[in-house]
Design a protein around this ligand. Sequence first.
Ligand code: SF4
Ligand code: SF4
Length: 81
Amino acid sequence: ALMITDECINCDVCEPECPNDAISAGEEIYVIDPNLCTECVGHYDEPQCQQVCPVDCIPLDPERRETRDELMTKYRLITAA
Ligand code: SF4
Ligand code: SF4
């Protein structure tokens, strides 16, 4: 999963781009639900939020490293629900 750092400027550009609705406005900055973020696997070749963020504040979450297979499994679970 990806994560949003405190450099976020709350511009709201990323939220509508997420195919999994994993991004929302948190109390101070935007947040990604790691249980819904597939790093865009299953939908796109590249993480869409990273592509549009004007301040590049959406890195990989070091606490939530996943293989492509794990991300694809998550994608299947989300889309089957
Ligand atoms: Fe959503 Fe893709 Fe960004 Fe994850 S990488 S939060 S799935 S847009
Ligand atoms: Fe924050 Fe970047 Fe999303 Fe804008 S695009 S709300 S700066 S994470």
